[in-house]
Design a protein. Structure first.
Length: 252
């Protein structure tokens, strides 16, 4: 009987290791402030849709760990916004996973990359300006693409579970160096205001090509020597991006 705990522990270690031997994984540490909730899974044609299944559809292994649930809101007026500097302070105080990837083998294809997300009970800034009831979420760590926030004070986030779920997948997409123009009118990366039909919980063909085929430094969050947001391969830049000013680099 004393052997069983060891066996169970061994199993819990082996499963994540084996799952990352043939494909790089991304581990999302997801926190939230008290009085908020995490984005609810959705149901499509009787099938559960989660953040993990959305990214699995683009050959990305995303492991979501819902972690802290009682972070206290900041002491700021209700109609004020949380700044990027305050988001960074929150991340530094609560993030447990390292910024850079860990690996179970000496090869890049079995790295585990790390991403931090927080649901905050505040409005968010837009280009350093506070505009309440404007932005649903943002990926604010543009240099490393390693953290994002969802602004729970927004009425849409509180009342529309489908929009909340899609916003979260969208911001995670930015952390993978995907842009609004990588959507096609209904898919994940299309901005809410630019939707031309019923939104779907899928990535466009262009987005999937990036996630499946582009170099690790140009897509994975927190990659060592990774490309900042909007720095992309020439293949990525060759696609139409009327909404973004992209910089072409060579990712190894």
């Amino acid at each position: 009987m004393v052997v069983l705990p060891t066996v169970r522990l061994f199993s819990t270690i082996v499963v994540p290791i084996m799952s990352c031997l043939l494909v790089s994984c991304v581990s999302l540490e997801f926190d939230r402030m008290t009085g908020t909730v995490f984005p609810p899974p959705q149901t499509v044609n009787g099938q559960a849709v989660t953040l993990s299944t959305v990214f699995k559809g683009a050959s990305i292994s995303l492991d979501v760990e819902e972690d802290e649930t009682a972070i206290q809101p900041l002491n700021i007026p209700g109609d004020d916004c949380i700044s990027d500097a305050e988001l960074a302070t929150l991340e530094n105080g609560h993030r447990h996973l390292p910024l850079f990837p860990t690996s179970v083998c000496p090869y890049q294809f079995c790295n585990t990359y790390h991403l931090y997300g927080a649901v905050v009970d505040h409005y968010g800034e837009v280009l350093d300006a506070c505009i309440p009831e404007f932005v649903l979420g943002k990926m604010w760590q543009g240099h490393t693409r390693s953290a994002f926030a969802i602004f729970y004070r927004m009425n849409t986030i509180q009342t529309d579970g489908a929009a909340y779920f899609r916003t979260t997948a969208h911001e995670i997409g930015h952390a993978f160096n995907l842009h609004h123009s990588d959507g096609n009118g209904t898919t994940i990366m299309t901005q809410s205001d630019d939707l031309v039909g019923d939104p779907v919980y899928q990535f466009s063909e262009q987005s999937r090509d990036h996630l499946e085929n582009h170099p690790a430094q140009c897509k994975f969050p927190g990659a060592v020597g990774g490309a900042p947001f909007t720095w992309v391969t020439d293949v990525h830049a060759a696609w139409s991006h009327p909404l973004e000013d992209l910089t072409v680099i060579q990712c190894e």
